[in-house]
Design a protein around this ligand. Structure first.
Ligand code: DAH
Length: 332
């Protein structure tokens, strides 16, 4: 009987090694040690042996069972590792893969415009700064010299955020609060531009959006004059649109500048586009930020980027910029 057990054990090795799937392996294991297997049949015969023989044969029997069990377990581990590898290969995603047959997309027209203008201003020696879109009253209004009950607060239809006291927190209505943040953070000289998204609680139409973009410019230094302001506006107009374009200033009012102006740019066809506001930074604003108005002066301007980009690219309805229509977006 011992010879037979040894024979079964010896032949089990190659059977187990041949199993090529987990199911196949389970099948082989059953045929070697399960019900109806030769080994189990022999085990039943142990009872008929003399005690000495039974002990010796029992030992060999146990050895054989253990050896088969171990071989099956080893093969199972191999097959599981292979299955895992096959799965990983099958579900492999190459995120760096470039597919020439598919348009990978590109930056939105407004983002392209921001990057282009940043390049223009960086070329003129400016820094780029950013601020939060959810602002407090101090930065969006009070530090910018909007009096508590000044009607100018109503010029900007404000979205209020339900944080703090009533009207304490707003969606910024312009990028001018970033001026305050820049001046609070550093002493002059300051040459900064601040692009970003702004919010107004108003009905949208072809020339107005409730969520749009502005670019703010701030210069604070010794001896800065209105001429620097006019020159800078004209310079970037030509840099962005081309040499045939010009700009003009019209007297206006903003609480944070004195004197204040609005600026328009002239299209090559002679028509004018109202673009933004500007002026010499009000002494109260400098003082609010810890900058001495006796020593320093400066100018600021801010304008709508959506309008600027639409003008250059012949977009007649600003709402297109907020659309997800791929036929519109892929033109730029
Ligand atoms: N913040 C103003 C607005 O959104 C535009 C503006 C006017 C910005 C005058 C300025 C400025 O920096 O000096 O209506």
């Amino acid at each position: 009987m011992i010879d037979e057990i040894r024979r079964i054990q010896a032949s089990s090795g190659s059977q187990i090694a041949q199993a090529s799937t987990l199911d196949g392996l389970a099948e082989i294991e059953r045929s070697l040690t399960g019900k109806g297997s030769e080994l189990l049949g022999l085990k039943k015969g142990l009872g008929a042996l003399s005690p000495d023989e039974r002990r010796e044969t029992g030992l060999v029997m146990n050895e054989a069972s253990e050896a088969i069990k171990a071989a099956v377990a080893a093969r199972r581990a191999e097959l599981e590792a292979e299955a895992q590898l096959a799965l990983a290969q099958a579900e492999r995603l190459d995120l760096t893969e470039v597919r020439a047959d598919r348009d990978a997309g590109h930056l939105h027209l407004v983002t392209q415009t921001i990057e282009e203008l940043e390049d223009v201003f960086v070329g003129l020696g400016f820094h780029v700064a950013e601020g939060p879109e959810v602002e407090d009253d101090w930065h969006n209004f009070t530090a910018l010299n909007f009096g508590q009950y000044h009607p100018a607060r109503d010029m900007q239809d404000t979205f209020f955020v339900g944080l703090g006291g009533p009207r304490d927190v707003v969606m910024r209505t312009h990028t001018s609060p970033v001026q305050i943040r820049v001046m609070e953070g550093q002493q002059p000289p300051i040459y900064s531009v601040m692009p970003g998204r702004v919010y107004r609680n108003e009905a949208t139409d072809a020339t107005h959006l409730a969520v749009f973009h502005q670019l703010e410019c701030l210069v604070i230094d010794r001896g800065i004059t209105f001429a620097h302001l006019a020159g800078t506006i004209d310079r970037f107009t030509k840099a962005y649109f081309g040499p045939g374009w010009t700009s003009r200033l019209r007297p206006s009012y903003f609480p944070f500048t004195e004197p204040s102006a609005e600026f328009d740019i002239q299209r090559p066809d002679g028509t004018w586009l109202e673009l933004g506001g500007c002026g010499m930074v009000h002494p109260n604003v400098l003082a609010n930020c810890g900058i001495d108005p006796e020593e320093f002066s400066g100018f600021a301007f801010g304008f709508g980027l959506d309008r600027l980009a639409s003008t250059r690219h012949g977009v007649t309805d600003l709402r297109e910029l907020a659309s997800t229509d791929i036929r519109f977006l892929e033109q730029f």
